[in-house]
Write a protein that binds this ligand. Structure first.
Ligand code: NAG
Ligand code: NAG
Ligand code: NAG
Ligand code: NAG
Length: 704
């Protein structure tokens, strides 16, 4: 079954690339002729900048009315109230078209000329939150068409699109929301048309079949894979799981395997994007568990190819780590698949209270993470500083590069549940600075033949030189299962047979560590988070009014101005602009050297230390039982201290002398200091999660 599918995909791949060669010559020849007349080969149309934009969850709402009410029965569609010209910050209302337009205009002015591509992770329609105006399929599609057109305008010059845009579906881009049937279907065909400027011609068939595709955003170097997470999403009532071969999620992962293998053989790397992230805390989940398991396994096998993964949907700024140790191959292969436990589903729109509950769960899960500071035999870490304890961590981490873990970055939204926000990510382009860009190949596609030949290369045989313990374990498990299956003999496939599992080949040793793990060309180096301060820009309220304590416990959030009246009857908005909220290059609390898994593991570990469940402080005074049970509560004075204390509190930056002094002074001080640093990091993370919309008082209420 699985080899057959693989063969079919291979055939499909071949056909997909042959067709365009057959139809291309006319335009190709014309361009060659033109180039010939003007002299030598045309110069590159555009240089790489090593930056790209992540924009997500626009949620434009054509019913939005300025100065309408943000209450749950009015939803910014009617009544009189605080809804500003650019949107009702901190409320559950959707975006006015003015916000979407102003955002795109600002991007065109300020970002367009310094980025290489755009990832756009879905939800370009309003929520179904107004009984008086229920959503209709045709409106959702019309709005998506309109926004797709606006995206093309934003990133075009007079000859057309200048940089590639890679879109993906959101759960609100379909009707009814959350439900997408297996393809091919009308919805996928319609989006194939709406996104005709974005989906490469060679991928259109594949898109109409499953809603997935990839674009070579830096030709022959880097591809962005648009995953259709609707087929992984627990809430999609039209699908079951990723374990049965008839399921679209199963086929999606088969496709991903074939395509990532193809990237590997071309020496290319890939960024994966999707709408619904693989969120999974000990109690909550967004994906079907079998999809999560397979995805995590796939990413482990392709850790030489995948540069990073980026998602939207959740509207809060955060990240998550997938732990390969949680993959249960036996469960995936057999009857166990259904029995793999999954947590409570995370709701589509979470209140600030449930968002912070979710973040607290993440923090508590992170409390169990090992500290990725690796020490050598002499107890010296990478920066050359001597530490006074033995390193037992390396094994726990899955090797020097922490390959046991994978990172998913979640960018917050344009829809102002907090403030509208954008992310510009920087990646390493050393050695590929002068490589032809997407627009070069689009506007001079005369080398189709050559490209196509490379594409006909077939899948190689699996590598057998397993690099890490992890690969060896997985492989051993797989061999045992294969043998068991073999004994049963070849019977005709029955509906109740265990699902098929064909595991992707592990990475060739020479390709490791990959760009997500060690700094190299295409490694993500950092990002800048921009936000638009709507309180300032709408100019309807004074800062004092906005400062009131306002945390709605659950349900509809009418926002921080809910019972207030705008100060001007006639709106007097300021000129729209985004400003920098923070960037990971200079953020003194995050201290992210780059966006590699290990850097994030270090951050997650430090945030986790603020959890009551953390064992990280134990090594300091394991002989002091009372201290271990001490409550990690924060009081007002301490919070002030955390907030105003600019000194570097993290003891990882300590010198030997300081360390020795600490040892003498007693372990108590050190523990206190470390706990304080952890709280500061957690607080900082929470503030960013809510895009700096919350006052200290509000954050304090949410943090503990
Ligand atoms: C925003 O609206 C203005 C006026 O309607 C229009 O000129 C402009 O092109 C729009 N901007 C974008 C990015 O669509
Ligand atoms: C989802 O919503 C339901 C009903 O509103 C609520 O009981 C549940 O706790 C919510 N789940 C989360 C994770 O917020
Ligand atoms: C960027 O990649 C190059 C080539 O692999 C590498 O030498 C360099 O250290 C990387 N730069 C950073 C800042 O990581
Ligand atoms: C947003 O603007 C308001 C009003 O000018 C101001 O009080 C507030 O501090 C600003 N918020 C941020 C995060 O800059």
């Amino acid at each position: 079954m699985a080899p057959l599918i693989r063969l079919a995909f291979r055939l499909f791949l071949t056909l997909a690339f042959v067709i365009p060669i057959l139809s291309a010559p006319t335009t190709g020849t014309q361009i060659i002729l033109q180039a010939g007349q003007d002299g030598p080969a045309p110069a590159s149309q555009r240089k790489l900048h090593g930056k790209f934009l992540h924009i997500t969850d626009l949620h434009p709402d054509k019913h939005y009315e300025t100065h309408s009410s943000t209450n749950s029965d009015k939803v910014c569609h009617r009544g009189y109230g605080p809804a500003g010209v650019y949107g009702a910050e901190t409320s559950d209302c959707d975006s006015p078209l003015t916000l979407v337009n102003s955002t795109l205009s600002w991007i065109k002015e300020n970002l367009k000329d310094s980025i290489d591509f755009v990832i756009w992770t879905g939800d370009s329609a309003r929520h179904d939150n107004d009984e008086k105006h229920p959503r209709k399929n045709k409106d959702i599609l019309a709005m998506n068409r309109r926004i797709a057109g606006a995206m093309v305008n934003t990133f075009s010059d007079d000859k057309g699109l200048e940089i590639p845009i890679v879109p993906t579906f959101g759960n609100n881009d379909v009707f009814p929301h959350n439900v997408l049937k297996p393809g091919p279907n009308d919805i996928l065909r319609t989006y194939s048309d709406i996104w005709s400027d974005f989906i490469p011609a060679t991928q259109r068939h594949s898109f109409e079949f499953g809603g997935w595709f990839y674009t070579e955003v830096v030709p022959d170097q880097l591809a962005v894979f648009s995953l259709n997470t609707m087929y992984f999403f627990d809430r999609n009532a039209a699908i079951d799981d990723c374990a049965s071969p008839s399921e679209p999620g199963y086929k999606h992962l088969e496709w991903l395997d074939v395509q990532l293998d193809y990237m590997r053989h071309r020496g290319m790397k890939a960024i994966l994007i999707g709408h619904v992230p693989p969120a999974r805390t000990s109690g909550k989940t967004l994906w079907d568990e079998t999809c999560w398991q397979k995805y995590t396994l796939w990413l482990n096998q392709y850790r030489d190819v995948v540069v990073g993964s980026m998602y939207g949907h959740m509207n809060i700024d955060h990240f998550m780590l997938q732990d390969t140790k949680e993959v249960n191959i036996a469960g995936l292969l057999g009857k166990g698949a259904k029995g793999i436990t999954a947590g409570e589903e995370i709701n589509a729109t979470m209140s600030i209270q449930s968002s912070s509950d979710y973040l607290k769960e993440l923090r508590d899960d992170w409390a169990k993470l090992p500290n990725p500071v690796i020490l050598d035999d002499k107890g010296v870490d990478e920066s050359g500083k001597k530490k006074h304890r033995k390193d037992k961590k390396k094994k726990k981490l899955g090797g020097k590069w922490a390959e046991r873990y994978q990172l998913s970055l979640v960018s917050p939204s344009i829809v102002p549940n907090y403030f509208p926000t954008l992310r510009v990510v920087e990646y390493n382009i050393t050695g590929i600075e002068d490589s032809p860009t997407w627009v070069d190949t689009m506007r001079a596609s005369n080398d189709d033949g050559e490209v196509a030949d490379q594409r006909l290369e077939l899948r190689s045989e699996p590598e057998t030189d397993f690099d890490t313990e992890l690969d060896t374990e997985l492989n051993a498990e797989l061999e045992i299962l294969k043998k068991k299956k073999g004994k049963k003999g070849k019977k005709p496939h029955k509906p109740h047979d265990p699902p098929e599992l064909s595991i992707p080949s592990p990475p060739p040793k020479k390709n490791l560590p990959g760009p997500a793990y060690a700094p190299q060309t295409l490694t993500l180096m950092g990002y800048t988070q921009y936000f638009a301060n709507l309180t300032y820009l709408n100019n309807d309220f004074t800062a004092d009014q906005a400062d009131e304590d306002n945390v709605t416990p659950a349900g509809w959030d009418a926002g921080q101005h809910k019972d207030e009246k705008p100060k001007h009857r006639k709106p007097q908005p300021r000129e729209f602009a985004f400003e920098v909220e923070y960037d990971t290059f200079t953020d003194k609390v995050y201290k992210l050297k780059d966006l590699t898994v290990k850097s994030y593991l270090h951050l997650a570990h430090r945030i986790g230390t603020a959890s009551k469940k953390s064992k990280a402080l134990d090594f300091v005074d394991t002989d002091d039982e009372d201290e271990d049970n001490e409550d990690i509560e924060v009081d007002d004075n301490e919070l002030e201290e955390i907030d105003t204390d600019e000194e570097d509190l993290d003891d990882d930056n300590e010198s030997d002398d300081e360390y020795d002094a600490d040892m003498k002074k007693g372990k108590k001080d050190k523990k206190k200091k470390k706990r304080k640093a952890a709280k500061k990091t957690w607080f900082h993370f929470l503030n960013h999660a809510f895009v700096s919309t919350r006052t200290k008082k509000e954050l304090k209420k949410l943090a503990y």
